[in-house]
Design a protein around this ligand. Structure first.
Ligand code: GCW
Length: 675
């Protein structure tokens, strides 16, 4: 699994391979930059793998020409091809006639654009697409496409399930693992252009000169791949490592400390990306400690970074018991009034849902609510609430559901995607972050199928409108096989996997009923943690009458934060999408669920059973592919599916039996008894 989706095994279809040889067996990459060297290395490695033989040659005899910037001028002019609209990172791939010979050209305005184009071309070949008369253009729709590593400096990864942190701080800056380069290749291949190296629960030591030397080493490795390095910073760093008495953002000494720190960083890393900040959230320090707002805190950092072109990604994941407001409403309440108060180089980074990366949540009401503040999406790729690295859950459909959600912020069609990509409000900066699922495990993500979540995150950050099914298709072809049976079956499994897990964990809008602290396995009974909004019983509110959290106007009225008509839709159980039913409403066990005609009790139980059954079917489907997939990959997934099958039943039985105590109703006819 180490090679991820960049396996480059020989193309098993002789006709296809023959056709590709004509285009790409002899290739030419113009230029001598570090990035063009990366392109040359990748083409050499990939084409030798895919085609058996391939070699670099000169422009005259090459079937494939890759050129960018000034090196591409001659092609642009003679072939009359425009590239201005491709921007700094876009590219085109086209079949042309050049000096009387058919050629494939990959053209871009920058070498990094050409690198992205090269990876796209290789993807077309890995997935065996027809290259005759190919003519495509692509440019990213968001600017910052970044991974967030929740990696501690001692190499423990918070919510990481794939081994240790891949950053070996002890051996940096001198020891440069091949894995660092392969990480950069994998990211570049899906268009990821930034990485936040350390946990948002940040260790202040990251900003000491000792660590900055190490950060610089990684930044130097990643630069040719178009990847910028960012750091999570602790807001109280001026006190913790700077010897100051305060970290008040309005204190001149504090401002000067950050300015000097930024200058020091940029001295070493001229293209440093900027800071990610978790402030006044879950015990982290922040501007609130000094009576200042999130905007005042963010702007102070923004002003230190602005002269160098850096940005601040300020997280909206804030909630506190003391606020006396229901948790799902707090991000909106805190940040909506600050719209317009942030400096130009600040983005507010919002988790997709209003609570916390639950298997399913409605979107955070902040999306669309801040015309003057760029909102950046934060998706979780690591599987904190979705079975760690033992459950096969493809997140593409979940990301797609979120991005396609219409916020109605400026009327119909105001999708979350259009907020994020800046189209709706013309945001000056745009971005999407994904909390990485990467670790030192040989297969990077602990479970081969979960590599697809890293992959789909990158593809959707580049193009938030791409369909998760398209991405699943290409990922399977690149990672597992181009065999039709494998592609069809695995793709179907992937597309069904998220809904299945929602069903056996938290159907119909249930949420936050997992094990306390570690977040693994079912624990709807948790009721004694220090704060109400950490307990499961607080979220499901099951009692003898019914179940669900009333966020409608008769309850905490979280629905008021949404735009009309969502506000009205979510206020009424009859018009609330069933997938969010118990998120917004507390309903009687006898409530009639429209889609099935079942009572709420019966529907909940059926969903739990359906989820577990789907996993069983997935496991059977997987078994049927033995011999058609690399045996190592096959067995890894098969073993994990054994765990997942057991645990789907564990979730099902635990939740059904627990809720039955309140409902006092029998298990519906036809379903085996839970134990
Ligand atoms: O969901 C919670 C996680 C924490 C995490 C926090 C956050 C990094 O359980 O581990 O801390 O979210 O996003 O800040």
């Amino acid at each position: 699994g180490y090679r991820l989706w960049l396996k480059y095994d020989p193309i098993d279809n002789a006709d296809v391979q023959q056709a590709y040889r004509q285009h790409a067996a002899n290739w030419f990459v113009a230029g001598n930059s570090a990035t063009t060297q990366v392109i040359k290395d990748e083409l050499d490695f990939a084409l030798k793998g895919l085609l058996g033989e391939a070699s670099a040659t000169d422009a005259e005899s090459a079937g494939l020409i890759v050129a960018a910037g000034d090196n591409a001028t001659v092609y642009r002019q003679k072939l009359k091809i425009e590239t201005a609209d491709l921007g700094d990172e876009g590219y085109l791939i086209q079949q042309v006639r050049w000096q009387n010979k058919p050629r494939l050209v990959v053209l871009a305005n920058t070498d990094v654009g050409a690198l992205y184009g090269t990876f796209h071309l290789l993807r077309l070949m890995q997935t065996q697409q027809n290259l005759e008369n190919v003519a495509l253009r692509s440019a990213p729709k968001t600017q910052l496409r970044v991974l967030n590593h929740w990696d501690n400096l001692d190499r423990h990864v918070e919510r990481g399930y794939a081994g240790q942190s891949i950053w070996d701080w002890h051996k940096l800056p001198d020891y440069r693992y091949q894995r660092y380069f392969d990480y950069a290749r994998a990211n570049a291949s899906v268009g990821i252009n930034g990485t936040v190296l350390n946990n948002v629960n940040a260790d202040p030591l990251i900003l000491t000169s000792q660590y900055l030397d190490k950060v610089k080493a990684l930044a130097d490795i990643f630069r040719p791949y178009g990847i910028k390095v960012y750091l999570s910073v602790k807001f109280s760093s001026p006190q913790l490592i700077g010897g100051l008495k305060s970290s008040d953002p309005l204190d001149k000494k504090v401002q000067a400390w950050w300015k000097n720190k930024a200058d020091e960083i940029y001295q070493a890393i001229p293209d440093f990306g900027g800071f990610l900040v978790k402030a006044n959230s879950e015990g982290q320090p922040g501007p609130g400690d000094f009576g200042r707002t999130h905007a005042q805190g963010a702007n102070m950092l923004a002003q230190a970074l602005a002269p160098h072109g850096g940005v601040v990604m300020w997280r909206a994941f804030v909630y506190a018991n003391e606020k006396n407001e229901e948790r799902s409403k707090q991000a909106y309440s805190e940040f909506k009034p600050l719209d317009g108060k942030f400096d130009d180089n600040v983005l507010v980074q919002v988790k997709n849902g209003p609570i916390d990366f639950q298997p399913r949540e409605p979107v955070n009401a902040l999306f669309g609510a801040t015309p003057q503040t760029p909102l950046m999406m934060e998706f979780q790729i690591t599987m904190e609430y979705l079975g760690f690295s033992t459950h096969f859950v493809y997140l593409g459909p979940m990301y797609e559901e979120v991005l396609k959600t219409d916020t109605f912020a400026k009327g119909k069609g105001s999708t979350v995607a259009s907020v994020i990509d800046g189209e709706l409000y013309d945001y000056p900066i745009t971005g999407m972050a994904g909390v990485a699922n990467i670790g030192t495990d040989r297969n990077w993500t602990g479970h081969i199928m979960l590599q697809s979540n890293w992959y789909v995150f990158g593809r959707m950050a580049w193009n938030p409108s791409i369909s998760s099914a398209t991405v699943a298709d290409e990922w399977v072809r690149m990672t597992l096989s181009n065999d039709n049976e494998v592609v069809t079956k695995v793709k179907d499994m992937m597309m069904a996997s998220h809904e299945a897990t929602v069903n056996y964990m938290t159907p119909l809008g249930l949420h936050h009923i997992m094990g306390a602290g570690h977040h693994y396995g079912p624990a709807p009974w948790v009721d004694s943690l220090g704060r109400a909004d950490w307990n499961s019983v607080y979220y499901h509110q099951a009692n003898s009458k019914g179940i669900g959290f009333d966020r409608s106007p008769s309850g905490v009225n979280a629905v008021e934060q949404y735009f009309s008509p969502l506000k009205e839709e979510y206020a009424n159980p009859a018009t609330t999408p069933e997938k969010y039913l118990l998120w917004f409403h507390h309903l009687p066990w006898e409530y009639n669920v429209a889609s099935s005609g079942r009572t709420l009790w019966s529907e909940i139980v059926h969903r739990y059973y359906q989820g577990a059954n789907t996993v069983k079917e997935m496991a059977n489907t997987w078994d049927s592919l033995e011999g058609k997939i690399d045996p190592w990959q096959f067995h890894q997934v098969q073993m994990a599916m054994t765990i997942q099958q057991k645990e789907a039943i564990w979730w099902r039985n635990a939740c059904v039996l627990y809720f039955q105590q309140f409902a006092e109703l029998p298990i519906p006819e036809g379903l085996e008894k839970p134990e």
